[in-house]
Design a protein around this ligand. Structure first.
Ligand code: VG1
Ligand code: CO
Length: 544
């Protein structure tokens, strides 16, 4: 079968953001739009020619069509073999797992993660490298550059491919292997955690939990692992059937969007444990009875307790967190005597540190936690990690976290998001802060004195690459911080994220209401950023 050469012209704005190219479905549905981006991947990644590629997505609207396009183009571009999840489905961490296990030359992940799905909502695509992780900036920049000059793409003229049955078939000279999306991932989880201990905890009948798959990709993974392998009662996984539009919801596991689950953990009859994941399965939210675990704390608690699980029993080598993530993990690293790194937002910055063996665990405040087992953040992994800890420690979630605070102190933390604000206003706010930076050190703001203020830049300790303008950091002498950043995953207007934290060593002050405790710092951020005048918003849309 001869490849067809299709003439095309470049589209503006095919620059990948924090995690791949994310646009409205309608943008992707324009003739040649998806094809151009995919061709730019093949043109810039020569090792795919003659190589193996993993492909799958979170099952959202347009996933099925996009997979067909990609497979035909892969065959026309000389890919030798593709590994595809049945139905075109793979969670993001499962793609990473498959790339690593079968040593493919890379993978293509179709997802817009926590963004809503459907004909009028979002779609996304990103390329993962042979290490299983999101391509580093050097690669995403090269792909973008290529989209600016592209004038043709290669494809095959074939009927619709059947991807709903396991097995393999030839597409031109390329072999397509349709595989169970769950089994390799489940086996990896079993190698890391004490499934027997977790099984016993479920068998005891004393432990009650729900996992909210939010009608997204983790449904089949969670049913297979929690209910089938670990013996959790049927129905433990709620909203388990993946839907193309996630049932109309926002598949974002946080207090605002997973309210049904949150309610089940509240009150005197609340569940012992609640957890949720996002559209593509890489995020996690952890809840105890009447207790929300801040993702930054979750990373710190997992690090401090990692030795209790089989996969990490020999200890961890180091920890990395994204810049806006609280410094709770730093305290654990310090006490353990291991290295701690502060990277820009986005998982791609952890890859080099993981590959070099400098870190074992990493995480972000945005409900992302992971380790060197794959090169993506991993929602179910975090849930299983917590279950393993609960089984070993035989304590409630609240007790485990309170113990942690007593030992390390508490980093009070919150993030305020102002979504869909006017782009010019948001950029104006950031520019205004940048201008202020030089005069801030030494200044008194509220009850805090500024010790440093900068626009975060990161030099990768492994390859020396520099990423600048990664967010405004304002650090105070007390150790408190305020960070301002604009989102790189949205598809409409701008989203301003304001991240706040302060350190509280005194255990008698560890159980205050977070928003109340942080009110003075929140006020400083609002005034300094002139948030209301510049965004027109007096309150954030989402508080986590
Ligand atoms: C957000 C989060 C970031 C995360 C990224 C991708 O990016 O803040 O921490 O890595 O989403 O996560 P931004 O640029 O909107 O702040 V996912 O689950 O969308 O792959
Ligand atoms: Co995600």
């Amino acid at each position: 079968m001869e490849p067809q050469i299709i003439a095309t012209t470049p589209f503006d704005g095919q620059r990948p953001g924090t995690s791949g190219l994310r646009k409205k479905v309608k943008v992707f549905q324009q003739p040649h739009y998806l094809e151009n981006f995919v061709q730019a991947i093949f043109d810039t990644q020569p090792e795919l020619n003659g190589g193996v590629l993993a492909v799958g997505g979170d099952g959202r609207f347009y996933n099925r069509e996009a997979i067909q396009v990609i497979l035909r183009m892969a065959a026309a571009n000389g890919v030798r073999k593709t590994l595809v999840g049945r139905g075109g489905i793979f969670s993001t961490p499962a793609v990473s797992c498959v790339i690593r296990k079968y040593k493919t030359q890379g993978g293509i992940v179709l997802s817009a993660s926590h963004n809503p799905g459907g004909p009028d909502e979002d779609f996304g695509i990103k390329f993962n490298s042979a290490n299983g992780g999101p391509a580093p900036e050097s690669v995403t920049n090269a792909i973008f550059e290529r989209t600016c000059t592209l004038d043709r793409y290669l494809t095959l003229d074939t009927p619709v491919l059947d991807l709903d049955h396991d097995g393999s078939f030839m597409l031109g000279a390329m072999e397509v292997v349709v595989m169970d999306p769950v089994s390799d991932y489940a086996a990896l989880m079993e190698s890391l955690f004490d499934f027997n201990a977790i099984h016993q905890m479920f068998n005891s009948g004393l432990f009650r939990m729900r996992f909210d798959a939010m009608h997204a990709v983790t449904g089949p993974y969670a049913v297979a692992i929690l209910e089938k392998r670990l013996g959790a009662p049927p129905g433990t996984v709620m909203n388990a059937i993946p839907l193309e539009d996630f049932g109309g919801g926002h598949p974002d596991p946080n207090l605002a969007h997973a309210q049904e689950l949150v309610a089940l953990t509240e009150g005197s009859d609340g569940l012992d444990f609640g957890a949720a994941s996002d559209g593509d399965g890489d995020r996690n939210m952890i809840l105890g009875k009447n207790f929300f675990v801040t993702p930054s704390d979750s990373l710190a608690v997992l690090a401090a307790n990692a030795h209790l699980t089989p996969g990490y029993k020999t200890g961890i080598r180091g920890i990395a967190r994204s810049m806006p993530t609280s410094q709770a993990a730093d305290r654990v690293a310090e006490q353990m005597g291991v290295e701690c790194f502060e990277t820009p937002t986005g998982w791609k910055f952890f890859g080099n540190l993981l590959d070099a063996g400098r870190i074992t665990l990493c995480g972000e405040e945005s409900f992302g936690t992971g380790s060197d087992h794959v090169r993506e953040k991993d929602g179910l992994w975090a849930v299983l990690f917590w279950l393993n800890l609960l089984a070993m420690r035989q304590q409630s979630v609240a007790d485990i976290v309170s113990d942690h605070w007593r030992r390390f102190g508490r980093n009070y933390y919150t993030r305020h998001d102002y979504e869909g604000v006017d782009l010019a206003g948001a950029e104006g706010l950031m520019d205004h802060l940048r201008i202020l930076l030089p005069e801030l050190p030494g200044r008194q703001l509220g009850d805090q004195t500024v010790s440093y203020a900068d626009d975060f830049a990161y030099t990768d300790p492994i390859d020396g690459s520099v990423s600048s303008k990664q967010g405004i950091r304002i650090g105070f002498e007390s150790g408190a911080r305020i960070v301002f950043r604009l989102s790189g995953t949205g598809t409409e207007g701008a989203t301003l994220r304001v991240y706040l934290e302060f350190y509280e060593p005194d255990p008698t002050r560890h159980h205050r209401d977070t928003q109340e405790a942080m009110a003075p710092l929140i006020l400083i951020a609002r005034e300094l950023g002139q948030i209301e005048t510049r965004t027109g918003r007096s309150e954030p849309d989402v508080v986590t």
